[in-house]
Design a protein around this ligand. Structure first.
Ligand code: F6R
Length: 616
């Protein structure tokens, strides 16, 4: 949440910052701002999008080879001009941008008010800017050589909470300071130039050498280069990584929206996720990232999956897969509940944390709790270099590529692919699966991308259905077994991008309450592919029909029974029912997309949301 970008080097910073902010806008889009520095610094900021900021700066002095920019997802204070970042300290000595939350900002603010500080915004960030300035001014009063870096360190030692920060000081116009705790920061290293950003997307155009800051790191960059120390002032050795990210991966490439592009990328994302791990010809499956812990995995007493949002839905699919293929008892928890409810975690329990961004604050905190309790914690993440893979001892990356649309699509199917392979690998090893079942699954998984391509070819038909129900105010998604989490995911996709109220339910639960909602205005999206509960779902459809609900059924190709009952059907190819989530979710993603477009919603940047939830 919130996007940060900074530049220090030989080029004009403005264009780099604006372009970087546009790439980071998916992290928050309530307001935007920049600070530029040459001999002095100038701050421009406003409520709204980066394009509003561009308009505001059109006739301004935008010179400066040092600068920083911010795009905000509001935590403290409504989105308006004064709450927008950058924030200046009261005497103008410091200007800062911040991603995260300063939890003890109230207490710090009271202390600063006693010292005569006044505040123009409602933000925790302005408190931090003033705290840094307070230490700076007070320690220099008696001729002390206290530096801006010393002041930043003194202030950060007082702070509770999370931050990714970039700081400029008026007295050192050729210097930029960056600090991290909890919220991600990456430093790109070019030739005599440095880039700072919340993730690699604004950097990749200029360099592929990066340093991922660790918690408690403070980096100082000036004409002497980069120095890295921690909060205790102990020098740290920067580890330089190479990022493997192409510019084309973060562009729309002709699609109207990132979300649509990402829906269409799913066959490629799944192939990339199983490539090199699953060999169709030799029927071999190996997950290199689990090699060191694989024996422990096969002997685990219990599996606990922790995640949030869409990743949590993938986790429920995982629960069904693990129990079926490995017979190891599996539970799925919202990371936010797990971390605060004193859960039972035993040594030898296997905890799987699922996260697209690898930065979700609740998931990170839940991992730390599980590690402390002695569980083996493994990560399933999409973003290489993010916090969760660095916090876990083993894991499997999803190779979905950068997901820019705020609504998660290809990350979900890539996560389900990884969980399927994990369950298959453990099931093969602990004999939860027979050899025949294992090889059949390999064959089935291998052709899933081809089957998704066939579904994508039906997008015009799905669009027609979408237009028919785009005016609805409520909707219900029903599924059983493996398709229950898909119903949850379908409902989440619809509500988050189209603002239509949607609920996902296990189909049999409908008659325990939600059936009361059904009337002729209520679209009921039923996941009804052929599996062992097919007859039951047919009965559920009849129950909806009897109450005049509008039925949109996702069925297996060639189904005739449901075709006669449903108002609309969308066919998907046949598959093993354990793999059906990978197919049935596709029409639901497209349905939500076309409905949201029809309603004029901002599909890639839905209101109030942001990608990468780095606050709890
Ligand atoms: C919904 C969506 C969110 C995320 C959730 C977890 O479309 O994207 O619900 O799934 O915020 O994010 P990650 O997977 O990054 O931990």
């Amino acid at each position: 949440m919130c996007g940060i970008v900074g530049y220090i080097g030989h080029r004009q910073a403005y264009d780099i910052l604006i372009k970087g902010l546009k790439r980071l806008e998916y992290r928050g889009y309530d307001s935007a701002g920049i600070a530029l520095s040459d001999s002095d610094y100038r701050v421009y900021k406003c409520k709204g999008k980066v394009s509003d900021l561009e308009a505001q700066t059109k006739d301004q002095n935008i010179n400066g080879k040092i600068g920083m920019g911010h795009t905000r997802w509001a935590t403290h204070g409504e989105p308006n001009d004064s709450n927008a970042h950058p924030h200046k300290s009261m005497n103008g000595k410091f200007v800062i941008i911040h991603n995260g939350i300063i939890e003890n900002y109230g207490k710090l603010k009271q202390g600063l008010e006693k010292e005569g500080y006044t505040f123009y915004s409602e933000t925790d960030t302005e408190v931090l800017a003033n705290l840094i300035e307070f230490y700076y001014i007070n320690n220099r009063k008696n001729g002390n050589s206290f530096t801006p870096e010393d002041a930043v360190r003194a202030a950060l030692n007082m702070v509770e909470g999370a931050y990714g920060l970039v700081i400029l000081c008026e007295d050192n116009p050729g210097q930029m300071i960056a600090a991290r705790k909890g919220s991600p920061l990456v430093i790109g290293i070019g030739k005599d130039e440095y880039f700072i950003a919340s993730d690699a997307t604004p950097i990749v155009e200029y360099t592929n050498s990066v340093i991922y800051l660790n918690d408690d790191d403070i980096a100082v960059i000036d004409d002497k280069g980069l120095s890295l120390k921690n909060l205790k002032n102990i020098p740290q050795k920067p580890a330089i990584h190479k990022i493997d990210l192409e510019l084309s991966e973060i562009e729309k490439n002709g699609f109207e929206h990132y979300m649509l592009k990402e829906i269409y990328e799913q066959p490629r994302a799944i192939r990339d996720t199983y490539r090199g791990r699953l060999n169709f010809e030799s029927k071999f499956l190996r997950l290199g990232g689990l090699h060191n812990v694989f024996k422990q995995l096969t002997e685990a007493n219990r599996i606990i999956i922790i995640a949030c949002g869409t990743s949590w839905h993938a986790g429920i699919v995982g629960e069904y897969l693990f129990e079926e293929f490995t017979r190891i008892p599996t539970e799925v928890e919202y990371a936010s509940e797990f971390r605060y409810r004193n859960p039972v975690i035993n040594k030898g329990d296997l905890v799987i944390a699922i996260s697209q961004s690898g930065e979700t604050a609740d998931t990170l905190a839940a991992i730390q709790l599980a590690k402390k309790a002695g569980a083996i914690v493994i990560g399933v993440c999409n973003v290489v270099g993010s916090s969760i893979p660095r916090e876990t001892s083993a894991g499997v990356f999803t190779h979905a590529g950068p997901e820019i649309g705020v609504a998660s699509t290809k990350a979900f199917t890539a996560q389900v692919t990884v969980l399927t392979m994990m369950a298959m690998a453990i099931g093969q090893a602990n004999k939860g699966l027979t050899n025949q079942e294992f090889t059949d699954l390999i064959d089935e998984l291998y052709v899933i991308p081809d089957k998704i391509e066939k579904i994508l070819e039906k997008s015009e038909k799905i669009k027609e259905i979408a237009l028919k129900i785009a005016d609805s105010t409520n909707s219900l998604y029903l599924g059983r077994g493996y398709l229950f989490p898909v119903a949850l995911e379908g409902a989440l996709k619809l509500k988050e991008i189209s603002y239509i109220h949607a609920e996902g339910y296990p189909a049999a639960e409908m008659k325990h309450g939600p059936i009361a909602l059904i009337d002729e205005k209520m679209p009921v999206i039923v996941l009804a592919t052929k599996d062992h509960s097919y007859d039951k779902i047919v009965s559920n459809i009849q129950e909806v029909k009897a109450r005049k609900g509008v039925i949109i059924a996702i069925v297996t190709e060639g189904d005739t029974t449901i075709k006669e009952m449903a108002d609309y059907v969308i066919e998907v190819p046949h598959s093993d029912f354990a793999l059906a989530p990978l197919l049935t979710v596709i029409p639901l993603q497209l349905l939500s997309y076309f409905i949201a477009v029809e309603r004029g919603c901002n599909v890639d940047q839905p209101r109030n949301l942001a990608k990468s939830v780095t606050v709890e």
